[in-house]
Write a protein that binds this ligand. Structure first.
Ligand code: ARG
Length: 578
């Protein structure tokens, strides 16, 4: 019995349907779900009701026939019928024991690999360069990284690609500023900072003087036409920005397989547009080239512009070339875009154009909401600037450091540092991942950096707590990887509840990808920690007699493994001590 419990129950339900001579209508969902009220059982199915409705039979009677033919051996008590025809399953203690042993044996904690495995490109973070990442970039960066980790864990072939905006109109201003107000020594000392200063200053000048705008526009056109001096400046800006970005990703433990930014596609835009025109997909309109969607319910009046009348290409053109590359060169089955909700129309148009070309990959816009300031407008500091991501990370680590100093002043310096880093950055990540990705939320230092309540530090501390049990263990720990489930005897309700939560990991991890919702996984690890603390308060471990002692040690070891793995999928590390 290595399948997740709902799958195992569904498969036995299928067998009992045919044994009872009941023919399920095609497409009937046998989905077995976790019970809302655990007094009635651990899992529940409304199969009998759905079947009775389709065949105009009596639901309770149908449930009776299914239950009578159901073989519960080794898995659950004989199922019970409740209310209008729900079928309730109570899992047997020995089946929970088998789950716990299975988790300890398997390096994927009992989570089955996805079948079939897909090649998935995950496009996330993708900031526009030459401006530092601000706090708003945290969402795509952290959600995207987690989704990529989960997909990889499930056995998909994942390619992460940072599609940075390295060819935008911002370069007109930056090149003009570089030529007129750059301070070379400041650039050498802190390049990102100096670039930002230049950018902001030119921005302010441009607001006051239209002539500056015109100069910047000319610098941009010169760059686009291949002017050697401007290209050299551009190249330096991109290099400097990438170095700064890499430093942030390193701190966050985020790795990209590729950094194919917008500029990578420059040479591919003209031929792409020509192909679309030749295929009759793009048509001319007032000198521009557009793709029209006359029959589309939402896009009928929203054509996708692929070449402007002046010959310039657009964000959408670059993204079309990017899709061609990912499908053609990388043979991707799926492309996921973790990008804010305001770009929804852009992606709808993009995906529709791809469909027009006769291809049908799975393209998903994984949208997310915004981070707002206290006034519910887009996040700005009092000076009007965006809060920079680096500052959030620094502050998080500093706050964690203060707590470590207070609690554990005698730890060696390097350990203090590594604990503060894991705790501070973990807090920032968890604050993001525990929200539904579509909610807009108000930025709050308190919330993002909280160390108490439903936070990463609480979860990390829970792991440390479990591990401390093993540190106190006298004599060798049981050989968990080869444990015989027959030696595990679960009795106390807290033991059962903990085992139930551990077994749910196999259900939650795939579910987090169904709708690309890392918050399901975040909620799961919180519930697991709560189940552990309830267990640990009620059930002594080291002082218990056998078989309780081995059983409880196994539950502790499985908790450590699942919590650590679950936090790892959220990109959150666990220190040994706290
Ligand atoms: N650079 C864009 C921005 O900051 C996001 C790019 C997202 N990815 C893409 N393939 N369009 O808004």
């Amino acid at each position: 019995m290595t399948r997740p419990l709902p799958d195992e129950l569904a498969s036995r339900l299928r067998t009992s349907l045919s044994a009872a001579g009941l023919e399920p209508p095609a497409g009937l969902d046998l989905a077995v779900v976790v019970s809302q009220d655990l007094r009635f059982g651990d899992y529940q199915s409304n199969l009998a009701m759905a079947l009775a409705k389709a065949t105009r039979a009596n639901p309770r009677e149908t449930a009776g026939r299914i239950v009578a033919a159901f073989d519960p051996t080794g898995l659950c008590a004989p199922p019970a019928i409740a209310g209008p025809g729900f079928i309730n399953f109570r899992i047997l203690p020995e089946a929970w024991a088998a789950k716990v042993a299975g988790i300890l044996r398997d390096d994927h904690c009992g989570v089955p690999p996805a079948a079939p495995s897909h090649r998935i490109v995950v496009d996330f973070s993708a900031p526009n360069v030459a401006k530092p990442m601000h706090v708003g970039h945290i969402r795509s960066t952290i959600i995207g990284d987690t989704l990529a980790r989960v997909a990889r864990f499930l056995g998909h072939d994942v390619i992460t690609d940072n599609h940075i905006g390295d060819w935008g109109t911002q370069f007109g201003m930056i090149i003009h500023g570089w030529k007129t107000i750059l301070d070379p020594s400041a650039l050498a000392a802190d390049p990102i900072h100096e670039l930002l200063r230049v950018y902001k200053e030119v921005n302010a000048l441009a607001k006051a003087d239209p002539a500056v705008i015109e100069t910047c526009r000319r610098e941009l056109v010169a760059l686009q036409q291949g002017d050697a001096a401007n290209l050299a400046i551009w190249r330096q800006c991109v290099e400097v920005s990438k170095t700064g970005l890499q430093r942030i990703y390193d701190r966050l433990g985020i790795r990209f397989d590729h950094w194919l930014g917008e500029s990578f596609y420059n040479d591919r835009l003209a031929p792409l547009v020509e192909r679309l025109r030749a295929a009759g997909i793009a048509t001319e309109s007032d000198g521009a080239l557009c793709v029209f969607f006359p029959d589309h319910p939402r896009l009928a009046d929203k054509p996708c512009l692929v070449r402007k009348a002046d010959g310039g290409f657009l964000y959408a053109t670059t993204d079309l070339a990017t899709i061609d590359f990912r499908l053609g060169e990388w043979n991707a089955d799926e492309v996921w875009y973790v990008v804010g909700a305001p770009q929804q129309l852009h992606f709808q148009q993009l995906f529709e154009v791809v469909r027009r070309t006769g291809r049908n990959p799975r393209l998903v816009h994984i949208a997310h909401g915004s981070i707002l300031g206290q006034d519910r407008k887009l996040m700005k500091t009092r000076s009007g600037d965006n809060v920079q991501l680096v500052d959030v990370l620094d502050e998080a680590v500093a706050r964690a450091r203060a707590v470590v100093e207070a609690k554990n002043p005698d730890l060696p310096e390097d350990e203090k540092q590594s604990i503060s880093t894991a705790v501070g950055l973990g807090a920032v990540k968890f604050a993001e991942l525990s929200q539904h990705r579509m909610t807009d939320y108000i930025f709050s230092w308190e919330k993002m950096l909280a160390l108490h309540g439903d936070t990463a530090p609480y979860l990390q501390y829970s792991c440390v707590r479990v591990r401390s049990i093993f540190r106190k263990l006298e004599g060798p720990a049981p050989a968990f990887a080869t444990l015989d489930p027959a030696g595990l005897v679960l009795q106390a309700p807290e033991e059962i509840a903990l085992a139930r939560q551990l077994a749910r990991f196999a259900e939650v991890v795939p579910a987090a990808l169904d709708d690309h919702r890392p918050n399901l996984l975040a909620a799961f690890v919180l519930e697991l920690a709560a189940a552990f603390h309830a267990f640990f308060a009620a059930c002594p471990v080291l002082k218990a007699g056998e078989p309780a002692r081995t059983t409880r040690l196994a539950l502790c070891a499985a908790t450590d493994k699942v919590l650590t793995t679950g936090l790892g999928l959220l990109g959150i590390g666990v220190p040994d001590r706290m």
